[in-house]
Design a binder for this molecule. Structure first.
Ligand SMILES: C[S@@+](CC[C@H](N)C(=O)[O-])C[C@H]1O[C@@H](n2cnc3c(N)ncnc32)[C@H](O)[C@@H]1O
Length: 210
């Protein structure tokens, strides 16, 4: 398994592509939660897979006491999972951080039909077959009106994020936002579950190949 802790060092540079991506993910998550609070929702359920140290989620939750967010973060690396727990404690936010394999459905099967699913930093690290399977199965992970926030790196002339966008559309999601800064190597997508398939145990599995 790759040592992901080194990967996080790019976040130390506030001008890096990764730091800009982080800002966009936080802003889009905040906007989603704003819309929920504005519509009268008093609580929301969030699931973040391959969550790392939770930096794209925890500060956003800490900034909004108006919405009770029941958040679950799944991260395989025990050091990063512990960092997420420490960050949540420091921020005064209650978060269920699981040191577990997000590629295994059993790690989060009690968290189905939530409001927000974060799939950030995953699609560029797993096979196309796994991406396809995860996008399709995401229909069972968020409830009606549920949101998926996803990212994909993009470095060549053919943008792999366009393929991912098409997969979400085919799976029945409506695109809410798509960010593709011309001077950066990341893409962020937000899409909403149009219909829902409750009670459906999805075929879910992936493993990192990088
Ligand atoms: C590219 S980083 C993204 C982290 C975070 N989502 C972000 O955007 O800052 C990928 C993360 O996935 C974790 N990871 C890799 N395989 C995993 C698995 N099977 N289950 C859970 N986490 C995994 C790594 O340890 C790493 O923290």
């Amino acid at each position: 398994m790759r040592d992901w802790r080194e990967w996080y060092e790019e976040y130390d540079d506030p001008a890096s592509s990764l730091s800009r991506r982080l800002g966009d993910v936080r802003r889009l998550l905040g906007a989603d939660l704003d819309a929920r609070a504005a519509s009268g929702q008093s609580s929301a359920r969030l699931l973040s897979l391959c969550a790392g140290d939770g930096r794209d989620t925890i500060p956003v939750l800490a900034a909004r006491p108006d919405l009770d967010v029941d958040a679950c973060l799944v991260e395989l690396d025990p050091v990063l999972a512990d960092a997420a727990r420490a960050a949540a404690t420091a921020a005064g936010v209650e978060v269920d951080v699981r040191t577990a394999d997000a590629g295994a459905f059993t790690s989060f099967r009690d968290r189905l039909m939530g409001d927000v699913l974060m799939l950030c930093g995953i699609f560029g690290n797993i096979s196309d077959t796994d991406v396809q399977r995860c996008v399709d199965a995401s229909r069972a992970l968020v409830g009606p009106g549920g949101t998926v926030i996803w990212t994909r790196g993009s470095r060549g002339p053919d943008d792999p994020a366009d393929w991912v966008r098409g997969l979400f559309t085919t799976a029945g999601f409506e695109e809410v936002a798509f960010l593709a800064p011309a001077d950066a190597t990341y893409r962020v997508g937000v899409c909403r579950q149009a219909g829902a398939r409750s009670g459906w145990a999805p075929e879910w599995s992936f493993s990192f190949v990088r």
